[in-house]
Design a protein around this ligand. Structure first.
Ligand SMILES: C[S@@+](CC[C@H](N)C(=O)[O-])C[C@H]1O[C@@H](n2cnc3c(N)ncnc32)[C@H](O)[C@@H]1O
Length: 212
């Protein structure tokens, strides 16, 4: 899988100084290096752009790498709402989105994402694109909330669904969330409200369309 990803990155990923600065800022601030892979980021931009989404909800901001990729997809006319547990991370992300020219198009809501989602639902907010990339144990809860606030035909993208390949490889030492991710993938694949497919780039991205 690593070799396949290296091959894809070598062909399709162009140098991107702005995103490299984001990665440097994440290191400088002592934050973990767990942003999406360059190809996953490119796919996010393409999916937002192709779906013509204008109201995007991200769960898990970190330093704003995926946020910039999502915002690039809607350009000057969309809005990003990003849910992040850590106040400090949201500040770094906001600074990076501002450097990328999207500072006025993003709103960060800090605190546990489940609480923020409950509030967004109460406020009758609606979104046409979702990117789920926070604590894996809550993926099913996040998906349930996303479906409640989704416009018809909305797109939901979920990261890390291969759990470093451990969901399929029983010889490899499992991760903390391997068993959970196996169950989650099965649930998504059979979900009556979703048409979905797992794309094996980065750590695995599932792309789903909401049928409603
Ligand atoms: C994998 S990182 C996100 C990476 C980011 N999407 C990117 O690619 O640039 C996961 C993020 O989720 C946040 N997080 C973890 N648990 C959370 C929770 N319960 N509510 C909101 N955010 C959470 C972490 O603080 C971390 O910043």
């Amino acid at each position: 899988m690593k070799k396949v990803n290296q091959y894809i990155d070598s062909l399709f990923h162009n140098s991107d100084p702005l995103l490299e600065e984001v990665l440097a800022s994440i290191q400088e601030n002592g934050m973990p290096s767990i942003s999406v892979s360059p190809s996953s980021g490119k796919l996010l931009t393409m999916l937002v752009s192709i779906s013509k989404a204008k109201s995007v909800l991200e769960i898990g901001a970190l330093g704003g790498y995926s946020g910039i990729c999502l915002a690039r997809g809607f350009g000057e006319t969309g809005q990003l709402t990003s849910l992040e547990l850590e106040e400090k991370y949201a500040k770094v992300a906001h600074q990076n989105l501002s450097n990328a020219g999207f500072g006025d198009q993003v709103t960060y809501i800090t605190g546990p994402a489940l609480q923020s989602l409950e509030q967004l639902e109460k406020e009758n907010k609606r979104f046409d694109f979702f990117f789920i990339d926070a604590d894996k144990e809550n993926y099913e809860n996040y998906l349930t909330y996303c479906l409640k606030v989704a416009e018809p035909d909305a797109v939901v993208v979920m990261d890390n669904v291969l759990a470093g390949g451990t969901v399929l490889d029983t010889d490899t030492q499992p991760k903390r969330y391997t068993a959970f991710m196996r169950e989650f993938n099965e649930m998504v694949a059979n979900h009556p409200q979703l048409e979905s497919l797992l794309i094996p780039i980065g750590d695995g991205l599932t792309v789903a369309r909401v049928k409603k």
